[in-house]
Design a protein around this ligand. Structure first.
Ligand SMILES: *Cc1c(COP(=O)(O)O)cnc(C)c1O
Length: 389
């Protein structure tokens, strides 16, 4: 495979001025990541600060109702409430080893901003978060959390004033600050080497889950399911299972309301190939190549592109990519609350939502492992509004 590519997808399509920090990062990945001191320090942070390892939880009531076993990997129990801290601790520590003193990051819903701000505070680094002005207004509680954690939040007024504009602003800011600053990218997408780097830090999810399933059930799961936004929790879950040919792997994209022509975030299912944020991938764009606005009830899945490794896993047929709609996610959210006493993030609710909306696709008596990427407290206002509560 060509360096930096997954099949035809990925690569590094950036202005010349961004090449030095990306090459520096590639070198740090090779020189620092494998060392015992780095791995030991990261492991210590993951265990004693973030709360790893996370358990797997069997869902007795839902399993009884649906006729197959439903298991959850509990990333919702991590510090800051989602899988994102696996990546931000990894990148922050790597940046520190590289001699950087500051982090910048983009954020959409604010979850990655909060996880970056926490990692920066813990490791004694400065932190600036770029966030679309529209998102700053919509996600005020996460903005407050970031500020309390010591980060500066910069609202971006360009374009659609959302995530994609925040990424463009952060990439631009990195050009002038690269000597002291690391860009802590939030998902398994963007220019090489970010998709590989973020996957490496998130793949702890699947490594743990695979051995936990073996230990607790005596066999691998028959199905592994995760929600796909940019793709970091999903690739983190899938990576360890890709070589296990007998395990069916399913990625779930957000289909929005499902009405014809509605906004959605299903880049693999509904997009076309193109270049965005430094990578060649599948994108929601119009015939002139303009990026279309994406949309989903779940702010964290709301991204018009997707990480290149997922596109490759789709093209090769190893992973099946499907769609869950807003109503599927809401139904799954309610089911998990009422039947199992767990309040899931709306993103993760898409993964469960697909399973519960299509039970006929899962063999009776089989075992389904779902990545519960985050907790849902952040989504309560949206959910109560959508359910008319
Ligand atoms: C950000 C987020 C996602 C989507 O991002 P990926 O990179 O696709 O994982 C999913 N779940 C939760 C809880 C999130 O916060």
């Amino acid at each position: 495979m060509k360096k930096g590519y997954f099949g035809k997808f990925g690569g590094c399509f950036v202005p010349e001025l961004l090449m030095p920090p990306l090459l520096e990062l590639e070198k740090a990945m090779a020189d620092i990541l494998p060392t015992e001191s780095f791995q030991k320090e990261l492991d210590d942070l993951l265990v004693h600060y973030a709360g790893r390892k996370t358990p797997i939880t069997f869902c007795p009531t839902l399993s009884e109702k649906y006729g197959f076993e439903i298991w959850l990997k509990r990333e919702d129990l991590l510090h800051t409430g989602a899988h994102k801290i696996n990546n931000t601790l990894g990148q922050a520590l790597l940046a520190k080893y590289m001699g950087k003193t500051a982090l910048i990051a983009e954020t959409g819903a604010g979850q990655h901003g909060v996880a970056t701000a926490a990692a920066a505070a813990r490791l004694g680094m400065d932190c600036t978060i770029y966030m679309g002005a529209e998102d700053v207004e919509r996600q005020s509680s996460n903005v407050r959390r970031m500020r309390l954690l010591g980060a500066e939040v910069r609202p971006i007024e360009n374009g659609s004033r959302t995530l994609k504009d925040a990424i463009n602003a952060a990439l631009r800011a990195w050009i002038s600050s690269q000597k002291t600053t690391h860009y802590c990218f939030g998902t398994a997408a963007g220019p090489y080497p970010f998709p590989q780097l973020v996957r490496d830090f998130q793949s702890v999810i699947g490594r743990e889950a695979r051995s936990q399933m073996l230990e607790e059930t005596g066999s691998l799961p028959d199905y592994v399911v995760a929600a796909v936004g940019g793709g970091s929790n999903a690739i983190g879950m899938f990576h360890a299972f890709v070589p296990d040919g007998e395990v069916n792997i399913i990625g779930v994209e957000a289909g929005g309301t499902g009405e014809p022509g509605c906004l959605n975030s299903a880049a693999i299912n509904l997009g076309v190939p193109g270049v965005l944020h430094g990578e060649y991938t599948m994108l929601l764009q119009d015939r002139e190549g303009q990026i279309l606005p994406s949309g989903s009830i779940s702010a964290g899945l709301d991204y018009p592109g997707v990480g290149p490794e997922h596109v490759h896993l789709s093209t090769s047929g190893r992973v099946q990519y499907t769609i869950a709609y807003d109503r599927d996610a809401l139904n799954a959210f309610q089911a998990l609350c009422h039947d199992e006493g767990i309040l899931p993030a709306l993103e993760s609710s898409h993964a469960l939502g697909y399973v519960l909306a299509h039970p006929e696709e899962f063999r009776r008596g089989s075992r389904v492992l779902i990545n519960l990427s985050g907790r849902g407290d952040k989504d309560m206002d949206i959910i109560e509004h959508a359910l008319g509560l």
